[in-house]
Design a protein around this ligand. Structure first.
Ligand code: PMP
Length: 450
C-alpha cells in the first residue's frame, strides 16, 4: 500500500468537488477538503502521496479500518448475486445480519429494525416509544449528539441544534452527569451520580410523568466529549424508567460494536435498555446501515397492530452483507478484546502521561478505542481552549493543534476544545504508538495558548 503521487488527478478531483459538492456542517467557500486517493487499514493518503494515520476512524465508524479484504469480498459477492431487494421480503443477508446483531445486543433486544444511518434510527426509536406509551414527550441530555434529521437534531444537546431546532417539539433537555464540569456542584462521582439522578427525576415530576414517552441517552456521549457515566447512573435511569413506565432508549450509534472494548457500551454498565440504536461500526460504514434493536415488550406492541414507518432501503442487502462479514471478522480476529487491551495497556497510560507534561490537557477520559483529551487554557479555572460554541472553521488554537498533527501524518478528531483518540479498533500497537507520539508534538502547539 505504498501510495503513488498523482497530483494532476488530485487537482481535478478537488476542482469538481469545489464546483459541485455541497458539504455538511460547512461554509462552502471557507473549506478546503483534502482529496483522498486511497485508504487501507488504519491509513489513507492523498494524491501527492502523503499518508495519514486515521486517529478519527472517519467519523468514528471504520471500526475495522479501511478495505478489510473479507468485507470487501462479501460486498462483491452480494453485489454479484443480489445487489438489492425491497424490505418486505425475507432475504438471507438481511436475516443473517439481524440474527448476528440480536445475538450480540444485551438482554432481550431481539428484533432489529434496519435504517440507513444513525439519525433515522433515533427517529424510529422515538416513534416506537411514543406509540408504545401513547405519550408525547421525550427527554434527552444537553451535551449529546443524536443526528442531523429533524427529530434527531431536536434531541441533540450540543450547539449544532441551534440553527435547525424547530422549537422543543416535545423534547425536554436535562443535564446528564459530567463531574469535570459539574452542573450539580458535585465533588465526587458519587455526588454527581446521585444529584444527576435526582435532577432527572425532578424534571420528570415537573413535566408530568404520564406525558413522558422516552428518555434518550448516549450510553457514553461521544461527539459531546466521551463522558463516561459514573457507576450507578445508567442503572438509576433504568429504575426511573421502570418506575414511571418510560421507555429507555440508549443511543449506541457511536459507542457500539467494539468501540468501547466491549460489544456495546451498555455491557460496561450491565444495563439493558428497551430500545438501542446503532449504525457506524455495525459494518464499519462500508455501506450505509443503521437500526434499532427492540425489546420483546415493545416488539409485542406491534404484533397485531402495524408499525407505521419504513424506509425504501431498510436492510439493504449490500449493507447487510457487509454487516455479516464485519461481525464475523470482528469475532475471528478478536477485535473487541484487542480494543479493550490496547485501551487499557497503551492509550490510557500514554494519555495520562501526556497530561502530566502538557499544561493544555485538562482531563483524560475513555475506554477501549474511545478516548478524549479535553484541552484548556488554564487547568485551575478549566477555561476551555476554545469557547463551547466555537465554529469549526475559524482559525483557533484547536485548528493549530490539528494542523500540527496533520503535518506529522496523523488525522485527528477535533471537536470544540477536545481531541478524541478514536482510531480503528484493530489498529496495531505500533501504529497506535506512532500516532500517540505525534499527539505529543501537536499538544506542544496547544500548550502555547495556555
Ligand atoms: N447518534 C450518535 C450517538 C452519533 O454519534 C451519530 C453520528 N455521529 C448519530 C446518532 C447520527 O448518525 P448518522 O450521522 O449516521 O445519521
Amino acid at each position: 500500500m505504498t501510495p503513488q503521487p498523482h497530483p494532476r488527478a488530485g487537482a481535478a478531483v478537488k476542482a469538481a468537488d469545489r464546483a459541485h459538492v455541497f458539504h455538511s456542517w460547512s461554509a462552502q467557500e471557507l473549506i478546503d477538503p483534502l482529496a483522498v486517493a486511497g485508504a487501507e487499514g488504519s491509513y489513507f493518503w492523498d494524491y501527492d502521496g502523503k499518508r495519514y494515520l486515521d486517529f478519527s476512524s472517519g467519523l468514528v465508524y471504520t471500526n475495522i479500518g479501511y478495505q478489510h479484504p473479507k468485507v470487501v469480498a462479501a460486498i462483491q459477492e452480494q453485489a454479484a448475486t443480489m445487489t438489492t431487494f425491497a424490505p418486505a421480503f425475507a432475504v438471507e443477508a438481511r436475516s443473517e445480519a439481524a440474527r448476528l446483531i440480536a445475538e450480540r445486543t444485551p438482554g432481550d433486544l431481539d428484533k432489529i429494525f434496519f435504517t440507513n444511518a444513525g439519525a433515522d434510527a433515533v427517529e424510529h426509536a422515538v416513534r416506537m416509544a411514543r406509540l408504545h406509551t401513547g405519550r408525547p414527550k421525550v427527554l434527552s441530555a444537553y451535551r449529546s449528539y443524536h443526528g442531523g434529521t429533524q427529530q434527531a437534531v431536536n434531541l441533540t444537546g450540543d450547539p449544532r441544534r441551534w440553527a435547525s431546532d424547530s422549537g422543543t417539539a416535545g423534547v425536554v433537555h436535562f443535564w446528564a452527569p459530567f463531574l469535570y464540569r459539574s452542573r450539580f456542584y458535585a465533588e465526587t462521582e458519587e455526588q454527581e451520580c446521585a444529584r444527576a439522578l435526582e435532577h432527572l427525576e425532578t424534571t420528570i415530576a415537573f413535566e408530568g410523568p404520564a406525558t413522558v414517552a422516552a428518555i434518550v441517552l448516549e450510553t457514553i456521549p461521544g461527539t459531546a466529549g466521551i463522558m463516561l457515566p459514573p457507576a450507578g447512573y445508567l442503572a438509576g435511569v433504568r429504575e426511573i424508567c421502570d418506575k414511571y413506565g418510560i421507555v429507555f432508549v440508549l443511543d449506541e450509534v457511536m459507542a457500539g460494536f467494539g468501540r468501547t472494548g466491549t460489544w456495546f457500551a451498555a455491557d460496561l454498565y450491565d444495563v439493558v435498555p428497551d430500545l438501542m440504536t446503532f449504525a457506524k461500526g455495525v459494518n464499519s460504514g462500508y455501506v450505509p446501515l443503521g437500526g434499532v434493536a427492540i425489546s420483546g415488550e415493545i416488539a409485542a406492541t406491534f404484533a397485531e397492530r402495524p408499525y407505521p414507518g419504513g424506509l425504501t432501503y431498510s436492510g439493504h442487502p449490500l449493507a447487510c452483507a457487509a454487516a455479516v462479514a464485519t461481525l464475523t471478522v470482528m469475532e475471528e480476529e478478536g477485535i473487541v478484546e484487542h480494543a479493550a487491551r490496547l485501551g487499557t495497556d497503551v492509550v490510557g497510560p500514554a494519555l495520562r502521561e501526556l497530561a502530566e507534561r502538557h499544561p493544555s490537557v485538562g482531563e483524560v477520559r475513555g475506554t477501549g478505542m474511545f478516548w478524549a483529551l479535553e484541552l484548556v487554557r488554564n487547568r485551575e479555572t478549566r477555561e476551555p481552549l476554545v469557547p463551547y460554541n466555537a465554529s469549526g472553521q475559524a482559525a483557533t488554537p484547536m485548528s493549530a493543534f490539528a494542523a500540527s498533527a496533520k503535518a506529522h501524518g496523523v488525522w485527528p478528531f477535533v471537536n470544540m476544545n477536545r481531541t478524541h483518540v478514536v482510531p480503528p479498533c484493530n489498529i496495531s500497537e505500533a501504529e497506535l504508538k506512532e500516532g500517540l507520539a505525534v499527539l505529543d508534538t501537536a499538544l506542544s502547539v496547544a500548550d502555547e495558548y495556555t
